[in-house]
Write a protein that binds this ligand. Structure first.
Ligand code: NAD
Length: 326
C-alpha cells in the first residue's frame, strides 16, 4: 500500500507517519509513505524519519494542483492533515486559513478524484461545532464555528462532503478534540506552558482560565484516523474524543506540579477574542461502529509529554528561537 500524507511534517501528521513506518498499525508494516508538506513555521523535517527508505518527502503547497497531479499517481490512499491550525493566528491572518484549509482541501480532493485515489480521510476538528454549554456534540450537530480557524475547517468539511456526494469520492471525515503529546509546536497551550516552565518563565493564562476543552493523546487520535482510513464508511463523519474535560486552569495546575513550579508562575492575560467556552464530543459512533477507544489516560499522557519536552530541549528551543526572530 502507498499512502500520501499531507501536512506530515506537523505535529499530528508526523506522529501518524512515524507510527505507521515503525509498524504501529498491524497489517500495514510494508506501507510506503509520501509526505507532502509546505514546511510552514509549523512543519519540521526533523519530525520525520527521513532515513527510512519507505518514506518520500515532497516539499510543496496543497493549493498547487499541478504539483498534486504530478505526485499523486500510484498512491492508494490520502490522509489529509495539512492545515493552518492555530486559532490565535487565525484572528490576524484569516486569509491564510481560508486559502489553505478551504482552497487547499479542494485542490487535494480534486487531485484525488482525477488520479483515481481509492480512499481519503479528511482530518477535521470538533471546533467546527462551535461551543456547547451542556451535553456533547454528535456528528449530526449543526456546524456553528466561531473562530476563523473553525470556519475554515468547517468550509473544508463541506467541500469534502460535496466531493463525496457529487463525485462519489471514497472519503470519510474525522473530527477530533484537542490533542497533546510530543512534537507539538510550542505555540499551543500544553507545550507552551511546559516549555515556558522548563525555561523558568511564567505561563500566560487567558481570561479566568475556566474554558473547558476535551483532551486526547496524539497517539490515540492517529490510531482513530488509521481505523477510519481502513474500516470507516465512505461519506461518514466520525467524532474522536477522549472524554477528558478539563478547564485551562486545571491543566495549568497539573503542569505546574509536573514541572515543579507553583501558582506564582501564572500570568493572567486578557481573554482571546471570541474564546469558545466549552467543547465536548460524543464519540459513541466510532466506538460502536469501529470498535475504537482511547488507550492513554490523561494523567499518564501528560506525564510522558512533560518528560518528552524535558528530554528534548534541542527540538523546542530551536523552534522558540525561530519564533522570537520572526
Ligand atoms: P500543525 O500546525 O502542527 O501541522 C500542520 C502541517 O501542515 C505543518 O507541517 C505545515 O507545514 C503543513 N502545512 C500548512 N499549510 C500547508 C500548505 N498550504 N501546504 C502543505 N502543507 C501545509 O497542525 P496539527 O496540530 O498537526 O493538525 C493537523 C490536522 O489536524 C489539522 O488539519 C488540524 O485542523 C487537525 N486537528 C488538530 C487538532 C489539535 O489539537 N492539534 C485537533 C483536531 C484536529
Amino acid at each position: 500500500m502507498r499512502i500520501l500524507v499531507t501536512g506530515g511534517a506537523g505535529f499530528i501528521g508526523s506522529h501518524y507517519v512515524r507510527t505507521l513506518l515503525a509498524g504501529g498499525y498491524p497489517g500495514y508494516e510494508d506501507t510506503r509513505v509520501t509526505v507532502l508538506d509546505k514546511l510552514t513555521y509549523a512543519g519540521h523535517l526533523s519530525n520525520l524519519p527521513t532515513e527510512d527508505p519507505r518514506l518520500d518527502f515532497v516539499r510543496g503547497d496543497i493549493c498547487d494542483l499541478p504539483l498534486l497531479l504530478d505526485v499523486l499517481p500510484g498512491h492508494d490512499a490520502v490522509v489529509h492533515f495539512a492545515a493552518e491550525s492555530h486559532v490565535d493566528r487565525s484572528i490576524e491572518a484569516a486569509a491564510d486559513f481560508v486559502r489553505t484549509n478551504v482552497g487547499g482541501t479542494q485542490s487535494v480532493l480534486e487531485a484525488c478524484l482525477r488520479t483515481g485515489v481509492e480512499r481519503v480521510v479528511h482530518v477535521s476538528t470538533d471546533e467546527v461545532y462551535g461551543s456547547i454549554a451542556e451535553g456533547s456534540w454528535t456528528e449530526t450537530w449543526p456546524l456553528e464555528p466561531n473562530t476563523l480557524y473553525a470556519s475554515s475547517k468547517a468550509g473544508s468539511d463541506l467541500v469534502a462532503r460535496s466531493y463525496v456526494h457529487t463525485h462519489g469520492l471514497n472519503l470519510s471525515i474525522t473530527r477530533c478534540s484537542n490533542n497533546y503529546g510530543p512534537h507539538q509546536h510550542p505555540e499551543k497551550l500544553i507545550p507552551l506552558f511546559i516549555t515556558n516552565l522548563l525555561a523558568g518563565e511564567s505561563v500566560p493564562l487567558y481570561g479566568d482560565g475556566r474554558n473547558i476543552r476535551e483532551w486526547l493523546h496524539v497517539d490515540d487520535h492517529c490510531r482513530a484516523i488509521h481505523t477510519v482510513l481502513t474500516r470507516g464508511r465512505a461519506g461518514e463523519i466520525y467524532n474522536v474524543g477522549g472524554g477528558n474535560e478539563q478547564t485551562n486552569l486545571q491543566i495549568t495546575g497539573r503542569l505546574l506540579e509536573l514541572c515543579g513550579a507553583d501558582e506564582s508562575m501564572i500570568r493572567w492575560v486578557a481573554d482571546r477574542k471570541g474564546h469558545d467556552l466549552r467543547y465536548s464530543i460524543d464519540e459513541s459512533k466510532i466506538r460502536e461502529e469501529l470498535g475504537y477507544e482511547p488507550r492513554i489516560s490523561f494523567e499518564e499522557g501528560l506525564r510522558d509529554t512533560v518528560a518528552w519536552y524535558r528530554d528534548n530541549p534541542g527540538w523546542w528551543k530551536s523552534i522558540k528561537h525561530q519564533q522570537a526572530e520572526a
